[in-house]
Write a protein that binds this ligand. Structure first.
Ligand SMILES: [Zn+2]
Length: 151
């Protein structure tokens, strides 16, 4: 009751209990048998500070019903699958380790790098060190082109 009061008065997110987390995991597994209960329980456990149990259920079942959503991880990304009133209270998404001001799950710089072929597709929102000098070439290539023009 105290937590509910804090939420309404101060906008402090509620914490999902173990029992609630397991209940959501079993329910999602019924909708998506390919999503294992154990991995759902551990995923929910890592994201306990959600605005409310009802908001989590709406966001989770919406994602579970999206056939294009392969894994349950996107449930906890911000987006239209969360009720509008809950969106302002979602915990801040994890930042991209390589690009300041971008969220790891939807980093526009990483996505652009992937399209340009200088970042592997699985490395969006993860720290990536180019393996060969060819990967870092564009900045240097531009410099030598300018020098060439002057000569
Ligand atoms: Zn990035």
């Amino acid at each position: 009751m105290r937590e509910l009061l804090d939420f309404w008065l101060k906008g402090i997110p509620l914490t999902i209990t173990d029992q609630q987390g397991r209940a959501v995991a079993y329910l999602l597994h019924e909708i998506r048998p390919d999503w294992g209960v154990a991995s759902l329980v551990s995923l929910i456990d890592k994201h306990r500070d959600v605005p409310s149990l009802g908001a989590l259920l709406i966001a989770a079942t919406t994602k579970a019903m999206e056939r294009t959503c392969q894994t349950p991880a996107p449930i906890f990304h911000p987006g239209p699958h969360w009720p509008a009133a809950a969106r302002a209270h979602l915990p801040k998404p994890e930042p991209c380790p390589d690009h300041v001001g971008e969220s790891a799950h939807s980093c526009r710089c990483c996505i652009a790098d992937t399209k340009a072929g200088i970042r592997p597709p699985g490395m969006i929102g993860k720290h990536h060190t180019p393996t060969s000098e060819d990967d870092e070439a564009p900045a240097n290539a531009g410099a030598s082109l300018v020098e060439g023009d002057q000569a």
